[in-house]
Design a protein around this ligand. Structure first.
Ligand SMILES: *Cc1c(COP(=O)(O)O)cnc(C)c1O
Length: 363
């Protein structure tokens, strides 16, 4: 028998969450963001649940080739644009739309030979200070692109730094609007948090984390609040149990000291599987669908769970690290992320290659 750890991708949940994005932005078309191997879910598996999207947004040209190979004829958007001039050849060949965020990318496009003009998303740096033209430089970039025979249509785009938090989007929206109000063309503004929280009017929303069933503004809101379903389950089994006496310790560094007699289980999951090591005692976990907590330090291949309230649990009991457990139980990835001082995004992207992943229902 293989080691019992497994990741499952719930394609029905992906489709459900995509429908939530549509409901939140009823007038917009929806990019399903599938960068980073679909946030760790696997592009092919994610595609099975997200084929109802209006397009797929990603970063790697190789991922774009995979989506085309899945026979997707609709839009594909390169969110960072091209990395060197010859990438434009692939854009022409596969009909990829691409972000233009710097003047070098316009130079490359101007020198590019193509029969079919490209759809480009011109990105404004409205305050994030990662990619994009400043509001002052935006208009001349737009004019330059519009004059190129290599360009078919220019969509105006920006990205928010604080859509999930208190600052919100107002300051960035004001900068964007001031610099673009008289420019024609479609707009693409919102990520998941902006889509769910701010209801901005735009032509294209870019839904990433929400389609994977993680709340972009956790812990202010959880997936129940946004009616999202976990798209990934990480599960394993207990491979041992231990009976502790008062004063006994658990794991490396003897970080946990039993205050009383208690029983613990040892699950076949550790940081080498992508489970975060920075999770203290009490990180939520499900055993046979019942909520309990981890005990002591997470080690490379194992972690310990408290079985004090679960007398029936033993070797072979199902352990849900996050996602869907037996009997309709759910443990949101956001809760585990919070215990580790990180966000759901990082955990789902970091499931280790040694963990077998399969789609449910099978694609
Ligand atoms: C990753 C990304 C998104 C999706 O963000 P989520 O918070 O996962 O919805 C949207 N737009 C751009 C430019 C991105 O890089």
């Amino acid at each position: 028998m293989p080691r019992p750890i497994q990741a499952l991708v719930h394609t029905d949940a992906l489709a459900h969450n995509l429908a939530r994005a549509r409901a939140a932005a009823p007038d917009a078309r929806v990019w399903a963001v599938v960068k980073a191997n679909a946030y760790g879910h696997g592009i092919e598996r994610a595609f099975a649940g997200l084929r109802g999207a209006d397009g797929f947004a990603l970063l790697d040209l190789q991922e774009a080739e995979i989506v085309r190979a899945l026979d997707w004829r609709g839009p594909i958007l390169l969110l960072e644009g091209v990395f060197e001039p010859r990438d434009l050849e692939l854009c022409s060949r596969l009909g990829l739309w691409h972000v233009v965020h710097c003047s070098e990318q316009i130079d490359w496009l101007a020198a590019h030979k193509t029969q079919t003009p490209h759809r480009v998303f011109l990105k404004m740096n409205s305050g994030m200070n990662r990619l994009g033209f400043t509001p002052a430089a935006f208009r001349s970039a737009w004019a330059r692109l519009n004059a190129l025979p290599q360009v078919e249509e220019v969509t105006l785009m920006t990205h928010f730094a604080d859509a999930d938090g208190e600052r919100g989007v107002a300051a960035q929206m004001a900068r964007f609007d001031a610099a673009t109000s008289d420019l024609p063309g479609e707009r693409s503004l919102s990520n998941s948090a902006a889509t769910l929280r701010h209801g901005l009017k735009s032509d294209w929303v870019r839904a990433g984390i929400l389609v994977y069933g993680s709340a972009p503004d956790h812990p202010e809101h959880d997936i129940g609040h946004w009616q999202l379903q976990p798209a990934m389950t990480l599960r394993s089994k207990l491979i041992a149990t231990q009976q502790l006496q008062p004063g006994d310790t658990v794991g490396y560094g003897s970080r946990f000291v039993a205050g009383q007699a208690m029983r613990i289980g040892i699950a076949a999951c550790g940081y080498a599987d992508g489970y975060p090591r920075h999770c203290g005692t009490g990180t939520p976990v499900l055993v046979n669908g019942h909520r309990t907590g981890t005990v002591g330090r997470v080690s490379m291949d194992m972690l310990a769970v408290d079985l004090s309230a679960l007398p029936d649990a033993g070797i072979g009991s199902e352990v849900t690290l996050w996602g869907c457990g037996p009997g309709g139980s759910v443990l949101a990835i956001d809760e585990v992320a919070q215990a580790a001082g990180t966000i759901g995004y990082e955990l789902m992207c970091a499931v280790a290659p040694r963990v077998p992943i399969s789609a449910l229902p099978a694609a």
